[in-house]
Ligand binder design. Structure first.
Ligand SMILES: O=C(O)C[C@H]1NC(=O)NC1=O
Length: 238
C-alpha cells in the first residue's frame, strides 16, 4: 500500500474533505490518502502573509505524516507554501499542487493559462511559474475574484464564472490547457474539461499521481546539498 499525506495548509476542515475526496478519486486502488488540516495559520490563504504563517502549520503536518511513515506528501494549496522547507524536513517526495499542475499542463499543451481565485494572488502564481521554469509555457494568470471560502457557496456561481474566464483564456491567450489555481476547485476540473473540450488540470489530482510515480520509481528527496535535513539548533516549536 502507498500512503500519501495530503495536507491542506489552511485551517478549514471542509476544504480538507473536498481535497481528500479529489485526491482519493485520482489515486490508484493501492494508494491510501490521508488528509490533514493545518492547525496553525489561516482559515484560507489569499496572499503572502497568509502563506507565511500557513507554511508553519503545514510543516507540522509534514512531521505528522513522516511520523506515520507516509510514502509522499502533497501540499494542497496553489501557492505551494513552504515547499522547499518541506523537502528539507522530509526524506520522502513532497509535491506542491501548483508545480504538479503546471508540469502536467506542459506535457499536454505547449501553453496554458492559470485561473485562480482573488486577483491579488495572481502574483504568487506568476512567481511560481518563474521559479519552476514555466514562464515559456504559462501565458497568463487570470482570476475569478471569488474568495477561497466562497468557492462552495451556490450564490458565488463559481462554475459559471470559471467557465467564462476559461472561455476568455481560450479565445485570447493562445493556449491549449487550463490550470485551476486553487485546491478548492478540485471538484470542478472534470466538468470544465468536458464543457471546454480541452485539458483542465487540477493540481491535487496531478500531484497525487506524480507522487505515486516517484514512489514507484523508488525516488526520494535528495539529502545531499540543498535539501539536506535542517541543521540542529534551538527552535520555537508549536
Ligand atoms: O491561492 C489561492 O487562491 C488558493 C489557495 N488558498 C487556499 O486557501 N487554498 C488554495 O489552494
Amino acid at each position: 500500500e502507498t500512503v500519501i499525506n495530503v495536507i491542506n495548509p489552511n485551517m478549514t476542515v471542509t476544504m480538507t474533505e473536498l481535497i481528500a475526496k479529489a485526491a482519493q478519486a485520482s489515486a490508484s486502488p493501492h494508494t491510501r490518502i490521508v488528509g490533514r488540516t493545518a492547525r496553525f495559520g489561516a482559515a484560507s490563504i489569499e496572499g503572502h502573509y497568509d502563506e507565511a504563517i500557513a507554511a508553519v502549520g503545514m510543516l507540522k503536518e509534514v512531521e505528522a505524516g513522516d511520523a506515520e511513515g507516509c510514502h509522499a506528501h502533497v501540499i494542497a494549496c496553489f501557492g505551494d507554501p513552504g515547499l522547499l522547507a518541506a523537502r528539507e524536513l522530509s526524506a520522502v517526495p513532497v509535491l506542491g499542487i501548483a508545480e504538479a499542475a503546471m508540469h502536467a499542463a506542459s506535457f499536454v499543451a505547449t501553453h496554458f493559462s492559470i485561473v485562480t481565485t482573488l486577483s491579488r494572488t495572481k502574483v504568487i502564481a506568476e512567481h511560481l511559474a518563474r521559479n519552476y521554469g514555466m514562464e515559456q509555457h504559462c501565458r497568463k494568470v487570470r482570476a475569478v475574484d471569488v474568495a477561497v471560502l466562497d468557492l462552495d457557496k451556490p450564490e458565488a456561481n463559481v462554475r459559471g464564472t470559471l467557465l467564462g474566464e476559461c472561455e476568455a483564456a481560450l479565445r485570447e491567450d493562445g493556449i491549449g490547457a487550463i490550470v485551476l489555481g486553487c485546491a478548492g476547485m478540485a471538484d470542478l476540473a472534470q466538468d470544465l474539461s468536458t464543457e471546454l473540450g480541452i485539458p483542465v488540470i487540477d493540481g491535487v489530482a496531478a500531484a497525487v499521481r506524480f507522487a505515486e510515480a516517484l514512489v514507484g520509481l523508488g525516488l526520494k528527496t535528495s539529502k545531499h546539498g540543498d535539501l539536506a535535513f535542517p541543521l540542529p539548533k534551538a527552535r520555537t516549536t508549536l
